[in-house]
Every structure is written in structure tokens, then in C-alpha cells.
Design a protein around this ligand. Structure first.
Ligand code: GDP
Length: 198
């Protein structure tokens, strides 16, 4: 897939306020600091695409970008914000859960996981939730340049083992490095193959 255009559309605070659209949506989510902004910039080929969603007031909203007039890239807020209080966190989780379980044109969710770490409970819980609600998703292990391939493979295997222990079928896995621009074509091909099947 060649990215010809990538433009910010709108930010929405809830499922009800998401734009009406028939275009397939591909959503990206992960803990804050996982490398989501860097990855979205790499995928779109725009150095500052995700700057829009990182501006004050937008970090806690669902941000929509139109790609090639063909599909929508959705930048979901990062989960596990240390600063947010409990009430804020719950409101936030509710918004993300409502979008993920209720958005009819949602085609695939890319769950970003920091490749440097062994499985974190918050990520396992989130994937379990997606699986329970039958939301289609794949895993993207980020920051692959930060460690050798052995330890990275081990972190991925451990994550898959945790999912297997919960009787969750092994999802498709990608590894990326925004620093070294690795994994871009693989993610775009995954998007293309979903588009081809629709
Ligand atoms: P976000 O909070 O999930 O949007 O994460 P950012 O994209 O802002 O990245 C968080 C930090 O990780 C920044 O300091 C980035 O420079 C760094 N980072 C992101 N992706 C990579 C990567 O692929 N490799 C390396 N080495 N650092 C990365």
C-alpha cells in the first residue's frame, strides 16, 4: 500500500459523536509512552501526523485521520495514565470500550505493546477484554531496536503463553521500530489484506 494522503478529520469524545462513515476503520491503542505517536507518523509517512492528537485537549479523545480517501486511521487514547484519578480513568475506559465494542465499521485494532518488557498485566487484561468482545485485533511489539532479537522473541512468546493460559487463540504478531523504520510495510499489508476481504 502506498500512502497518498493522510489528513486529520475530527476528534470525538464518545461513540455517539464519532463521524458517520462507511469507510473501514483501523484503530491503534496501547499504554501511554508505548510509541504510538511515532508509529502513526511512520505508518502515515507524515512526520507530525500524531502531533494533532497530542495537542492539549485531544489526548483523551478519539482522533480520526482519513487515509487515501479509502480508510480511516483512529488514534485511541493511551490507557494506564498514571496521572488520571480513578473517576477519570473509569470514564476513559468506558469511552474506549464503547467505541471498540460498538463501532460498526471498525475493521481491526492494532494493540501496541512495548517490546522491551515481559508481559504486563494491563496489556494482557486489555487483550482479554478484546477477545471476550470478539473485537478483531493484532499485536504490535514496538521499539524493537531497543533490544536484541532473542529477548524480544522471548517477550513475545511469554505474552502468547499468557494468552494461551487464558484460552485466547494466538493473535497475529508484528514487530516495529519507528526509529529504524521497520515494520511499516508489514502493517500496511495487514491493512490492505483486510480491505481486500471487505
Ligand atoms: P506515545 O506516548 O505512545 O505516543 O509514544 P511516543 O511515540 O511519543 O514515544 C514515546 C518515547 O519512546 C519517545 O521518547 C520516543 O522517541 C520513543 N520511541 C518511540 N518509538 C520508538 C522506537 O521504535 N524506538 C526507540 N528507540 N524509541 C522509540
Amino acid at each position: 500500500m502506498h500512502i497518498r494522503s493522510a489528513t486529520f478529520q475530527i476528534s470525538a469524545p464518545s461513540l455517539e459523536t464519532c463521524p458517520v462513515s462507511d469507510l473501514p476503520e483501523f484503530a491503534f491503542i496501547g499504554r501511554s509512552n508505548v510509541g504510538k505517536s511515532s508509529l502513526l507518523n511512520m505508518i502515515s509517512g507524515k512526520r507530525d501526523l500524531a502531533v494533532v492528537s497530542a495537542t492539549p485537549g485531544r489526548t483523551k479523545l478519539i482522533n480520526f485521520f482519513l487515509i487515501n480517501n479509502q480508510w480511516t486511521l483512529v488514534d485511541l487514547p493511551g490507557y494506564g495514565h498514571a496521572q488520571a484519578d480513578k473517576q477519570e480513568r473509569e470514564r476513559f475506559q468506558q469511552m474506549i470500550a464503547t467505541y471498540l465494542s460498538g463501532r460498526e465499521n471498525l475493521a481491526l485494532v492494532f494493540v501496541l505493546i512495548d517490546g522491551r518488557h515481559s508481559p504486563q498485566q494491563i496489556d494482557v487484561d486489555f487483550v482479554q477484554w478484546l477477545s471476550t468482545y470478539e473485537v478483531p485485533y493484532v499485536l504490535v511489539f514496538t521499539k524493537a531496536d531497543k533490544l536484541k532479537s532473542g529477548p524480544l522473541k522471548q517477550n513475545i512468546a511469554q505474552f502468547q503463553e499468557r494468552l494461551a493460559g487464558l484460552c485466547i487463540a494466538a493473535p497475529e504478531v508484528f514487530t516495529t521500530s519507528s526509529k529504524e523504520r521497520n515494520g511499516r510495510q508489514e502493517l500496511l499489508s495487514a491493512i490492505q489484506s483486510v480491505l481486500d476481504r471487505l
